[in-house]
Design a protein around this ligand. Structure first.
Ligand SMILES: Cc1cc2nc3c(=O)[nH]c(=O)nc-3n(C[C@H](O)[C@H](O)[C@H](O)COP(=O)(O)O)c2cc1C
Ligand SMILES: CCCCCCC(=O)C(=O)O
Length: 358
């Protein structure tokens, strides 16, 4: 039996739960709580994973799925599997190399890393890993500064902009309040918040953010724009009418509005509202290949993982993140074979049944 209490494992983690336990043993408890926690009672954190636990698979048999092809294309980028790295802040709290290590692992694994605006390494250095990058933006009330950040992301080679829209104000995270965790340690800053004079600005959440700002952003950049944090089908329909290029069904991993619907439960209505006009991605609680399979069968084009990447980073830097991505790739490949499916394009809703509980 492998220890799940954070003591050293006797080999590489077999799954992401084991990896989390290993990471917990290595991280400062304050940083573990920042990475793991959510808002309020953390109902939505739990709901994201519980939503997957309510889905069961109804596999097909005798399908001769000898060779599976996990690759997909997303907004013009071919990637090795329908799993991307979600934007998460402050990677240097998990490992000294921070986002540089994460980017190397993503590049090696052939998938997209979404760089957080709150990264602790500059986007230009993250881009040096050579893999496909998207950039996550919290639109700032200062429009000139926001435009300058977008220009930086473009110049660094990011190929899409992921605009986070679920954060008009900061979620109330009681673990962080209890620890008094509010700032990065000395020597670490949000490197993408440097202005032209070299001063590092604070990231502001802008309660005034509205559709007009999305129209403004559309005029600032020619990059494809995805909205991150959409749960309501009416907003999904608006996103189509505003000319967005993609949607990410997300509740910020339960870190913003506690009690928000689990992403997997929100997905079908969003997919229906979009009607195939945009790619719909999902994050929140994806921990197994079967979770990826279920999300895709219910209409997602791809999924993203947040916390597991931080756990991998804490345990083994780039190799730890690579381990997370490799586990998910192998697990999805096996799940596809067992479900009688040759690849993401073959996944349909009839493979998934929902049960009321457990
Ligand atoms: C420690 C941490 C930091 C995060 N930082 C950001 C961020 O800077 N920008 C953002 O849009 N989302 C951020 N998120 C949310 C993730 O992008 C993603 O929505 C969420 O982690 C997905 O859920 P999962 O962790 O269960 O995979 C963060 C999440 C965590 C756990
Ligand atoms: C004021 C710092 C903003 C960092 C935001 C990181 C984030 O989104 C998170 O969920 O944490």
């Amino acid at each position: 039996m492998r220890p799940l209490d954070g003591t050293a494992l006797d080999g590489p983690a077999l799954n992401l739960a084991e990896l989390a336990a290993d990471a917990r043993g290595r991280l400062d408890p304050v940083h573990w709580d920042f990475f793991t926690g959510g808002a309020g009672e953390e109902r939505t954190v739990r709901a994201n994973e519980a939503a997957f636990a309510r889905r069961y698979l109804v596999p097909r048999v005798l399908r001769g799925a000898v060779r599976r092809d996990l690759r997909i294309s997303l907004l013009g980028t071919r990637i090795s599997m329908p799993v991307l790295i979600a934007p998460t802040a402050f990677h240097r709290l998990a490992h000294p190399e921070g986002e540089l290590a994460t980017a190397r692992a993503a590049a090696e694994a052939g998938t997209i890393m979404v760089v957080s605006m709150a990264a602790t390494r500059p986007v230009e250095q993250i881009a040096a890993a050579g893999g496909p990058l998207w950039f996550q933006l919290y639109p700032q009330a200062d429009l000139d500064f926001t435009a300058s950040v977008v220009r930086r992301a473009e110049a660094a080679g990011c190929s899409a902009l992921v605009v986070t829209v679920d954060s008009p104000v900061f979620g109330r995270r009681e673990r962080d309040l209890r620890h008094g965790f509010a700032d990065l340690p000395p020597g670490m800053v949000c490197e993408n918040m440097r202005d032209a004079s070299g001063r590092v600005r604070d990231i502001g959440m802008d309660a005034g953010l509205d559709w007009a700002r999305i129209t403004w952003l559309r005029e600032v950049t020619r990059l494809p724009i995805l909205l991150k944090g959409v749960l309501h089908p009416a907003d999904a329909a608006l996103a189509v009418s505003y000319g967005l290029d993609g949607l990410l069904v997300s509740n910020h991993g339960g870190r913003q509005l506690d009690g928000a619907l689990a992403t997997l439960d929100a997905l079908p209505a969003v997919v229906e509202a979009v009607g195939g006009r945009l790619p719909v991605l999902l994050d929140g609680g994806v921990r197994r290949g079967t979770d990826v399979l279920v999300a895709l069968a219910l209409g997602a084009s791809a999924v993203l993982v947040g916390r597991p990447v931080l756990w991998g980073l804490a345990v083994g830097g780039a190799a730890g993140v690579r381990h997370v991505l490799d586990l998910l790739h192998a697990d999805l490949d096996r799940a596809l074979a067992l479900a009688g499916v040759t690849g993401p394009a073959d996944l349909r809703g009839d493979l998934v049944a929902t049960v009321a509980c457990g």
